[in-house]
Design a protein around this ligand. Structure first.
Ligand code: PGA
Length: 255
């Protein structure tokens, strides 16, 4: 197994361009030595161009938090994959539970976005995860099966390995209630098996991340799990020091 760990920060709707510039100057020296760890930060659209400039030549990739599935069109307020690629954005978070919940993003749109991102040359992070109700009802696997299969439906099988899949239990996002290592490992391994069922051998290649209340104190334990190849980090990615500490915890995985 030689899957490069991916530590991705998701700033959500936080930080002006000025905030982003101060943050990146604090982050870069702290992560410069982390060989073997891929680091990404998904910023608001408004900070993308400045962040791409400031991170050039570093190990930090700049990601978007969403995109439209069409290359262009009459879709007021939307941004397309070619527009992100033109800025040298490296990847994009797709189907985050906040997009699904507050902006009515459905599985079909998510699936088209994943395929369009890949086609344009962006690395997609596809987010999946169950609500607390679904977990309590024993429906976690059913939900994950549905979201993984639907989310990858339009992706050509030979490109599935390029998609990173973030398992993010919705009850753990922004709540401080992190999944237990057993819960995270069980779900990540299930997601990996689902991908393997879509195309043999891809289960060994695809990166599965955990997301939901990851912080500098719990990251090492989660990142040591055999099927967790990285983390999608919200709140704790807003502070350069704590985000760097999480990335440093992933370094252990590469040893
Ligand atoms: P959190 O968010 O780390 O603040 O729980 C994770 C996410 O939304 O991706």
């Amino acid at each position: 197994m030689n899957r490069t760990p991916l530590i991705a920060g998701n700033w959500k709707m936080y930080k002006t361009v000025g905030d982003a510039e101060r943050y990146i100057q604090a982050l870069l020296p702290r992560v410069a030595g982390l060989e073997g760890v891929e680091i990404a930060i998904a910023t608001p659209y408004t900070a993308l161009a400045a962040m791409v400039d400031s991170t050039r030549g570093s190990r930090v990739g700049v990601y978007a938090q969403n995109m439209h599935e069409a290359a262009e069109g009459a879709f007021t307020g939307e941004i397309s994959a070619p527009m992100l690629v033109e800025l040298d954005v490296a990847g994009v978070v797709i189907g985050h539970s906040e997009r699904r919940q507050y902006f009515a993003e459905n599985d079909r749109a998510v699936s088209l976005k994943v395929a369009a991102a890949l086609q344009a040359g962006l690395l997609p992070i596809l987010c999946v995860g169950e609500t607390e109700e679904e977990r309590l009802a024993g429906d976690t696997e059913r939900k994950l099966r549905h979201q993984v299969q639907e989310g990858l439906e339009h992706t050509p099988p030979e490109r599935i390995a390029e998609v990173a899949i973030a398992y993010e239990p919705i009850w753990a996002i922004g709540t401080g209630r992190v999944a237990t290592p057993d819960q995270a490992q069980e779900a990540a391994s299930f997601v990996r098996a689902l991908v393997g069922a879509l195309r043999a051998g891809v289960d060994d290649q695809v990166r599965v991340l955990y997301g939901g209340s990851v912080n500098a104190a719990n990251a090492a334990e989660l990142l040591a799990l055999p099927d967790v190849d990285g983390a999608l980090v919200g709140g704790a990615s807003l502070d350069a020091e704590s985000f760097a500490a999480i990335a440093a915890a992933a370094r252990e995985r590469t040893r």
